[in-house]
Design a protein around this ligand. Structure first.
Ligand code: PGA
Length: 249
């Protein structure tokens, strides 16, 4: 079996202050990574603070979104090159909150992933179905559509520059986690689906996200196609985040 990078990525969302970030970054960077790749995705204004806190440390960092454009008249947007100016090595694209609140389309998500890969950064492509889509029996169809839009970048990029995060929308911030078996089934589906469009699927890390906690991380991460987690709420508490990191190691 191909050895894939195990990742634990914190998604801080729109949380934090200078003071709380300082404490969190200090605690997270002082923890044991135990062989997993650890990163935090912080709000744009705190990239400089994060860079200062994490430079020379084993914890990577990045953003929660990126512009598909490289520069120009795009008020409010932030380019991959700007992220790199702050030492960021990765960004999330297509998080369900951006698909929902910012009306991001599959095509925009793909263009954003391409912008990151073109800059030499890692794109963490988020996919996942809503509860209504799952209950209608369409979970795989929706995830497959989201992946297919990114087929070009997923199959064209070096495997290490693409991470897929499966985040069922109904499990995000709700305390409801997919069971380990449900998550594994979808991860195996995703791996097969990416192989279908020519990706080196066995080498691409697929993370689970949605109410991952210290108490359920080990069981989720023990599944053969789950290569770590994308962590929201529990990434804001250093001890919880580090316990999840330990479960991935
Ligand atoms: P959660 O968020 O862990 O708070 O459910 C995960 C995410 O949205 O990335």
């Amino acid at each position: 079996m191909t050895k894939r990078t195990r990742w634990v990525i914190g998604n801080w969302k729109m949380n934090g202050t200078f003071a709380t970030n300082a404490a969190l970054l200090h605690a997270v960077s002082a923890g044991e990574s135990g062989g997993a790749s650890i990163a935090v995705c912080v709000p744009f204004p705190y990239l400089a603070q994060t860079q200062a806190a994490l430079s020379g440390k084993a914890v990577g960092y990045g953003a929660q979104d990126v512009s598909q454009h490289s520069s120009g008249a795009y008020t409010g947007q932030v380019s991959a090159a700007m992220l790199q100016d702050f030492g960021a090595t990765l960004a999330l694209v297509g998080h369900s909150e951006r698909r929902q609140y910012n009306r991001e389309t599959d095509e925009e998500v793909a263009a954003k992933a391409s912008a990151l890969v073109a800059a030499g950064m890692t794109a963490v492509i988020c996919v996942g179905e809503t509860l209504a889509e799952r209950e209608a029996g369409n979970a795989e169809k929706v995830v497959s559509r989201q992946l297919a839009a990114c087929a070009g970048v997923i199959s064209g990029a070096p495997a290490g520059k693409i991470v897929v995060a499966y985040e069922p929308v109904w499990a995000i911030g709700t305390g409801k986690t997919a069971t380990a078996a449900e998550a594994q089934a979808m991860h195996a589906f995703i791996r097969g689906d990416m192989r279908r469009f020519g990706a080196r699927s066995d080498a691409i890390s697929i993370l689970y996200g949605g109410s991952v906690k210290a108490g359920n991380a080990a069981e989720l991460f023990a599944q053969s196609d789950i290569d770590g987690g994308l962590i929201g709420g529990a990434a804001l508490i250093a001890s919880d985040f580090l316990a999840i990191v330990a479960a991935a190691s």
